[in-house]
Ligand binder design. Structure first.
Ligand SMILES: [Zn+2]
Length: 87
């Protein structure tokens, strides 16, 4: 999955002193395409029919999180997509 947000993250990280500093990370969130969680910051419930990982990622970006990783994972025999965000 490619996102515009992913490109923006790489640009920001290149700027010295202004980019995402992993050593100052206070919170990391893991999102998965098979789970419809509740937002940890504002308790908003994400829809589950269907589960929309893009909506969840964009929601957390709105809270100031940075997309750290997005890629495939396995849940039992099911192939899923996971995203890690931090701030
Ligand atoms: Zn929220």
């Amino acid at each position: 999955m490619r996102t515009r947000e992913g490109g923006a993250v790489r640009k920001k990280a290149g700027r010295s002193g202004r980019g995402f500093n992993i050593t100052r990370t206070r919170r990391v969130v893991r999102l998965a395409s098979n789970v419809a969680p509740t937002c940890r910051d504002c308790k908003e419930s994400f829809g589950s029919n269907p589960i929309n990982l893009e909506e969840q990622i964009n929601h957390y970006l709105g809270h100031g999180y940075i997309l750290l990783h997005i890629g495939p994972d396995q849940h039992g025999t099911m192939n899923i997509t996971v995203a890690m965000l931090g701030k």
